[in-house]
Structures are given as C-alpha cells and as structure tokens.
Design a protein around this ligand. Structure first.
Ligand code: CO
Length: 185
C-alpha cells in the first residue's frame, strides 16, 4: 500500500514519541520495501499531479516512525544548485560530530506529522557529520552536510528519538537569535 497524507502518523498519536531501533544490515526485504515506499512518497509528493491524485503533502524528508515503523530509516530529498535533487535514503544514521555554531531556517520548520503551525527558530547544528548505511549505494557512508540539507537530516534523525521540531523552540522567545547563529533563507 502507498503511504499517503492520511496514513502518516500525526503528533496527536503518542506513538510518535517512541524511540525507534536500529535495523539489521544488510536490510531485510521488509525494511528494504519500507525504505522504497518512503522514497516513493517523497519523490511523488513533489510531482503536482501525483500529489493530488494520491493525496500526498509535499515533503523534503520522512522518517520511518511517521509511517508507523519504529526503526532507524530516514529519507531526505533536497534541491541543490544542480538539476538533480540530492537524495539520502539512510539506515542507522548517527551524528558523529557537529559544529558548535548553530543554524535555523528563517521561517521555522514544519513536519508532515504536525498539523498545527509552531512558529520560532528551531536551532540545530550548522554543520554535521553523519555515519550511516546508504540504502541506495548499499554501503556505509560518512556524510558531511551544512545549510538546509543539514537541518533536514537533523529533523529526520530527531524523529527516530521521538523528538519533534517544536521541542527545540524557545517558548519564552521563539524568534530569539543565538550568538553567531546562521539564519538560513
Ligand atoms: Co518531521
């Protein structure tokens, strides 16, 4: 069955706060099928016709808990200056190092699982190094990212720990800048 916006687990469901488990490698057929389903959702959600036909809300990323599978698989697809978007389909991603400098998206963040707008800076590391198993390349990889891609990867990894973007917003002063923080347009 296809993932669609209806089947995405929302934050009104306490299950989304579960901590997920790493997957065995190489991936089992079940986990491989899950990863491919997640890839298809994100890809198709960016195609206007398919998004309408299958009730998909546009996404730049998805984590397995959002489709009710509490395992360490994430998908990230972000536009680059090249024609082709950058795709990460990762198992067991782990942030092995990150910058002290923080970064946040100028307009805050959103999430397929969150239907209410939560305004404010979501402060994350500006640069990260992630160790993961690249499902498409079928090998262990070390990924260094900064900017928007780094933000999205951290958002998706948070889902594996039951953390949602608005957990990071300063409720006292949502748009407070931190010293030396990068604001990403
Ligand atoms: Co999300």
């Amino acid at each position: 069955m296809r993932i669609n916006y209806e089947t995405i687990v929302k934050d009104t469901d306490p299950k989304l706060r579960n901590k997920s488990k790493p997957v065995d490698l190489p991936l089992s057929p079940k986990h491989l099928a899950l990863a491919k389903k997640m890839l298809r959702y994100v890809k198709d959600s960016r195609d206007e016709d398919k998004a309408e036909k299958y009730n998909l809300r546009p996404a730049v990323g998805l984590a397995a808990p959002q489709v009710g599978e509490f395992v360490h698989i994430i998908m990230v697809m972000v536009d680059t200056e090249d024609q082709e978007p950058m795709i990460y389909l990762l198992a067991n991603p782990k942030i092995v190092s990150h910058s002290v400098q923080q970064a946040a998206l100028k307009g805050g963040e959103g999430c397929l699982s969150v239907e209410i707008v939560h305004e404010g800076f979501v402060k994350r590391a500006a640069r990260i190094t992630v160790r993961a198993y690249d499902i498409l390349a079928q090998q262990e990889v070390l990924i260094k990212e900064h900017g928007y891609a780094a933000i999205v990867i951290q958002h998706e990894i948070d889902h594996l720990n039951g953390i949602l973007f608005y957990d990071h917003i300063n409720t006292q002063d949502p748009w407070a800048l931190s010293e030396n923080m990068l604001v990403i347009e």
